[in-house]
Design a binder for this molecule. Structure first.
Ligand SMILES: Cc1cc2nc3c(=O)[nH]c(=O)nc-3n(C[C@H](O)[C@H](O)[C@H](O)COP(=O)(O)OP(=O)(O)OC[C@H]3O[C@@H](n4cnc5c(N)ncnc54)[C@H](O)[C@@H]3O)c2cc1C
Length: 432
């Protein structure tokens, strides 16, 4: 059967893919069957293969077809609500662990890039931009929590001078610079990781959507044309897994976010708009995020729609948002626009665990900041599968619950909840 296409994105138009992967047919056996070839599934599979496990990775569409191959490419050191919010909820000891985990996640990306020789335009540095004094205060608080966790490398500065060192926009009051963060071409990272997995002896099947998993100690995983007998299974389908396991689906709401890229910018325009080659986002609840691509296009993302729907005129809306930040791009054309779904949990922390009475593990619901977290999660899942779950447990003990409102009303319930935060944005309050 023909492979489903990638979404028509800037990433798909600049993909480095040297993979020819089969569809699952017939009966196969392995130690661990991993479902979903986004960053969670790829990182899990690589870490398991490195430990000597025989791994089969099943992808319903193509490598990186989901959020992992469509996102803003910003490797952010943090979680949905920032590190500062975690200290209040979980105390300093666990907050330090969560911070160390995301730092390790970013290091895993760098290690994979080196080990598998992946060309994915990695650039170091990430910056947050404050649109209000309250957001700037939150930045200073975040910096203080990092320092209490033993890291003093966050640089927070106020004033237009500091902003204009980084971006050519008058929209911001201050900057929050994290040298540990990065930005990159996520689809090329995913394809490079898939090549790395094959080199380690893992098997990958594309166009092989899992339709059923037997929830037992010897799970069987079924697709339309094949079956895998596995000792253990790891489910990594995130916002695209649908109702394969209803109890997992109940804890998530899919959220769509959207991105445009401009045409290639002349040097003087590119250097005026992005003055330091970092990934950027503001600190609003519904945030703008942007960065310069390797071939000098502004990649600008934002907007959030709950329930995974794509509204009409989204490219125009994003272009308007971009022009509010960078009016100097008025005459620049948009080359691509696309969207994708990520998944949020009620806690806004990833939901991880093991399904009852089974050898089936899962991790999902990174709530918008997943590039670094998925990579550490893959390592933690591999540790848990191999019987060492001490570090995995730090995430497993985050209280999680089904989304309020149940199957029918969870999306409207989340939309109503978001109005409060949107109002706070309008009033200049912080999301932290
Ligand atoms: C537009 C957008 C912008 C974003 N920007 C950023 C950003 O800049 N920085 C950041 O940190 N995070 C960002 N995110 C979030 C981040 O991309 C995700 O958190 C992360 O990629 C999730 O990875 P994943 O592997 O868990 O899920 P996915 O990448 O969605 O992968 C899941 C895979 O599982 C497959 N699958 C699902 N069900 C089945 C099944 N039954 N059988 C087989 N395969 C199945 C899907 O086809 C898919 O390929 C963004 C997300 C979006 C949508």
């Amino acid at each position: 059967m023909a492979l489903p296409p990638y979404v028509d994105s800037y990433y798909a138009s600049t993909i480095n893919r040297e993979l020819d992967l089969p569809e699952l047919q017939g009966e196969h056996s392995c130690d661990v069957c991993v479902v979903g070839a986004g960053f969670t599934g790829l990182s899990t599979s690589i870490h398991l293969a490195q430990k000597g496990y025989k791994v089969i990775l099943l992808e319903g569409s193509r490598i990186g077809w989901g959020a992992s191959g469509r996102n803003g490419g910003q490797a952010i050191i943090g979680y949905n609500n920032g590190i500062g919010a975690l200290e209040q909820r979980f105390g300093l000891d666990d907050t330090r662990k969560y911070l160390e985990f995301v730092l390790e996640g970013c290091q895993i990306i760098r290690d994979f890039i080196t080990e598998f020789d992946i060309d994915c335009d990695l650039k170091d540095g990430h910056a947050g931009l404050a649109t209000s004094t309250r957001q700037f205060e939150a930045m200073k608080h975040e910096q203080a929590v990092w320092a209490r966790c033993g890291h003093d490398d966050i640089i927070v500065k106020d004033g237009f001078g500091a902003v204009h060192e980084m971006v050519g926009s008058d929209n911001y009051l201050g900057t929050y610079f994290d040298p540990n963060g990065a930005h990159l071409h996520p689809l090329n990272l995913a394809c490079g990781e898939a090549k790395g997995l094959l080199e380690l002896g893992g098997q990958i099947f594309e166009n092989s959507r899992v339709t059923r998993v037997d929830q037992t100690m010897n799970p069987k995983v079924y697709t339309n044309y094949g079956v895998v007998n596995a000792k253990q299974v790891v489910l990594c389908g995130n916002a695209y897994m649908g109702e394969l396991v209803p109890e997992m689906e109940a804890k998530l709401v899919p959220v769509s976010s959207f991105i445009i890229t401009t045409e290639q910018l002349p040097d003087e325009v590119a250097q005026d708009v992005i003055r330091k080659d970092y990934g950027f986002c503001d600190w609003n609840y519904i945030l703008d995020y942007y960065r310069m691509t390797a071939d000098q296009r502004l990649l600008f993302g934002g907007e959030s729609f709950y329930g995974g729907k794509e509204p009409r005129n989204i490219a125009q809306r994003l272009r308007n948002n971009m022009l509010k930040v960078f009016p100097q791009l008025q005459d620049v054309k948009v080359s691509h626009s696309w969207g994708g779904n990520f998944a949020i949990t009620y806690s806004r922390m990833p939901d991880v665990g093991r399904l009852k009475n089974s050898n089936i593990f899962y991790a999902h619901g990174y709530s918008g900041t997943g590039i670094t977290t998925t990579h550490i999660m893959g390592r933690l899942l591999a540790e848990a599968v191999s019987g060492t779950s001490e570090r995995f447990d730090v995430f497993e003990r985050v209280p999680q619950m089904p989304m309020p409102g149940g199957k029918l009303f969870k999306v409207p319930a989340v939309i109503m909840g978001s109005w409060y935060y949107l109002l706070r944005d309008k009033l200049g309050a912080s999301r932290k």
